[in-house]
Write a protein that binds this ligand. Structure first.
Ligand SMILES: [Zn+2]
Length: 271
């Protein structure tokens, strides 16, 4: 009996060691999600029936951790281009948003891993990802709300030429943003060879129908061509394939389908 118990004990220890060493060496795990069609009415996000493959590469050790459960995206995708607009004055407010202290994109571990898969596929097509925004602290969202109730319209011509500022709150600006849950990203792609942004026929955060991924035609700042639409839809297709939902009114906005914190809004600063 003693010998039997000893054998069981030794076997358990060996299994544990084997398991840990697998993790240490970095085992690539793949999970395929079944085809499905779903509309999330609360966020207007549509899941399209792509077969999804999420590759989780555990070889990556983040250099530092911005918050438990979160990583700096550059640790996962070193060639990613970061242009966090809310860390600058080049955004719809014309001022830096509260809570942004650095030009560093932060996402949940799960979202960063899924994005890495998308980045690899886009790289094979000749593109590199540029991030406009990722995790967004609640204090930045609170800043947007305060701004929407002020009379400052210095960026109207570039961001909301056809809309009254009052109408932005409720439609485009809300008290909560999916970005604060940490698994949502605003992005475009650049040509690998030149670093030039791909022409999407309109710019990030333009408030209007011209930002709908399927829009083609003229709008106050120019024209969205069929070629621009083709590129918007190509980006959507790749992101959906790698586990993200797109939305119908912003070609640059994607949320991880199985986000790890679906009801939690974070407020730690971006630094
Ligand atoms: Zn967004």
């Amino acid at each position: 009996m003693k010998r039997l118990l000893l054998s069981v004990f030794v076997f358990s220890i060996l299994s544990l060691i084997a398991c840990n060493s697998c993790e240490a060496k970095g085992v690539k795990s793949k999970r395929k999600l079944a085809k499905r069609v779903k509309v999330d009415r609360t966020r207007g996000e549509t899941v399209v029936n792509d077969s999804v493959t999420v590759v989780a590469d555990d070889n990556i050790t983040p250099k530092n951790i911005p918050h438990e459960g979160f990583v700096y995206v550059k640790d996962y995708i070193p060639d990613i281009i970061e242009d966090l607009r809310y860390n600058t004055t080049n955004n719809f407010m014309g001022e830096r948003a509260d809570g942004y202290e650095a030009n560093r994109a932060i996402l949940t571990v799960e979202a960063a891993k899924a994005l890495k898969g998308a980045a690899e596929e886009l790289r094979r097509k000749g593109y590199v990802i540029k991030i406009y925004d990722a995790y967004r602290p609640q204090q930045a969202v609170d800043h947007f709300v305060r701004w929407s109730q002020s009379s400052d319209e210095r960026m109207k011509a570039e961001y909301y030429p056809t809309l009254t500022k009052k109408s932005l709150f409720g439609g485009y600006i809300a008290r909560k943003s999916g970005h604060s849950r940490g698994s949502t990203i605003d992005m475009t792609i650049c040509h690998l060879a030149t670093g030039q942004e791909v022409d999407m026929g309109g710019h990030f955060d333009f408030f209007g129908t011209a930002s709908h991924p399927s829009f083609v035609g003229n709008y106050p700042l120019g024209t969205v061509t069929a070629e621009n639409k083709k590129m918007r839809l190509m980006l959507q297709h790749v992101m959906r394939k790698h586990g993200f939902n797109s939305i119908k009114n912003e070609w640059w906005h994607f949320t991880l389908r199985n986000e790890p914190y679906p009801r939690k809004f974070f407020n730690f600063p971006v630094k």
